[in-house]
Design a protein around this ligand. Structure first.
Ligand SMILES: *Cc1c(COP(=O)(O)O)cnc(C)c1O
Length: 370
């Protein structure tokens, strides 16, 4: 037996994560889809006051049901449901330390040995890891060459595999593509009461005008789960707060697998303070969408292939040696992400200055390498 006595299927596996490079080595960091705008002094002060207050009770366990935070998240989500839809109620909301933890809990509750999780590639690279870690069988269907879903093939896959969890990132990472409501509806109907359909809207707030959120479909599908995060649009990646909206019975089921007191008093206080400043923290989303659309247009002018994006990143290519392009950009201080289908690269949308640096660096790279 080799030491440490790791599970067979985990041996030799590298932990997931993009390279984290110090800022002097890569001054322009466009690799993990963070919001480039930090909180203002007013928001920082309010979070600090809230955390200081929480610190006075740190000898006690936090509110296990995080009732006030759930109420604040429900109120925030209710601003994004369709006109005429009922507001999202606190008992429809669940939260954890990042939406990654929310999705792991979904797999712990609804996946497991003898059960199957399905997604459609290219898809978020963490999903197969949740499946592996919960001993859930992992099956991927495919997307079309424009990264949309072939609905007939998707329905056929669900009918053949009978998954208990379907994971649909929309807007998708790494492609940026949003799913039309008809696709979500078709999959919710195909899965039925035998499973849950998780629409991962980590980038939901960045979607283009006229693209609806799957939140609008909650009243019609009790097996639908919509996940969100404070990491991206909300400029709170360091906060570690992800959440979902679903039928209250789904939230109740997750309570069975969550660790007791999984959300610390500090996290709950900081997240509630941040939510009080939602308009300010989300205030740069419109700027980032404009910068995103400009980046898509500029890359197309360079005669590159570019996926339509409803997110705060852009997938572009294709390169015979994408690693060489990635490395040459990094040599110029611009860190992007080597991810997605062969030959493609992904750039996060930063400030206007950062995008200018990216464009200048890529112009030099394209001249040198192609
Ligand atoms: C970034 C991202 C998340 C969010 O992760 P957190 O754990 O909330 O920081 C979730 N899903 C996708 C597809 C992402 O790209």
């Amino acid at each position: 037996m080799t030491f440490p006595p790791l599970r067979e299927e985990l041996r030799g596996i590298e932990p997931y994560g993009a390279p984290q490079l110090p800022i002097d080595q890569a001054p322009v960091q466009l690799n993990v889809n963070e919001n480039p705008y930090g909180p203002s002094a007013v928001v920082v002060a309010d979070i600090a006051t809230a955390v200081a207050h929480a610190a006075t009770t740190l000898n006690r366990y936090p509110d296990r049901e995080f009732t006030e935070l759930r109420t604040a998240l429900a109120a925030y989500l209710s601003t994004d449901t369709g006109a005429g839809d009922p507001p999202i109620a606190p008992e429809q909301v669940w939260a954890a330390n990042g939406s990654n933890e929310v999705m792991l809990q979904l797999l712990q509750a609804f996946g497991g040995p003898g059960r199957t999780a399905v997604s459609f590639a290219p898809t978020y690279s963490m999903y197969p890891e949740y499946a592996r870690d919960t001993s859930t069988r992992w099956v991927t269907g495919h997307r079309e060459t424009d990264f949309s879903l072939d609905l007939d093939a998707a329905r056929a896959l669900v009918t053949a595999e009978r998954p208990s969890v379907v994971l649909l990132p929309s807007p998708n990472n790494p492609t940026g593509t949003a799913l039309p409501p008809a696709a979500v509806t078709a999959l919710c109907e195909a899965v039925g009461d035998d499973g849950v359909v998780v629409v991962d809207e980590a980038y939901g707030e960045f979607r283009r005008e006229g693209v609806p959120s799957a939140l609008e479909l909650l009243p019609t599908h009790r097996n639908l789960v919509v996940t969100r995060t404070m990491s991206k649009a909300f400029a709170g990646a360091g906060l570690r707060l992800g959440y979902l909206a679903a039928d209250p019975a789904i939230c109740d089921a997750i309570r069975v697998v969550r660790l007791p007191y999984h959300l610390s008093a500090v996290t709950q206080a900081a997240a509630r303070a941040a939510l009080r400043h939602a308009p300010e923290l989300l205030g740069r989303v419109d700027d980032l969408r404009v910068e995103r659309d400009a980046t898509v247009a500029w890359l197309r002018e360079q005669r590159l292939e570019v996926a339509d994006s409803d997110a705060n990143f852009v997938l572009f290519g294709t390169f015979a040696d994408r690693h060489a392009v990635w490395q040459d950009l990094l040599d110029q201080g611009v860190l992007i992400r080597e991810t997605g289908p062969d030959g493609w690269l992904r750039v996060s949308v930063g400030t206007a200055d950062e995008m200018t640096s990216f464009q200048e660096a890529l112009t030099r790279t394209l001249k040198e390498l192609t």
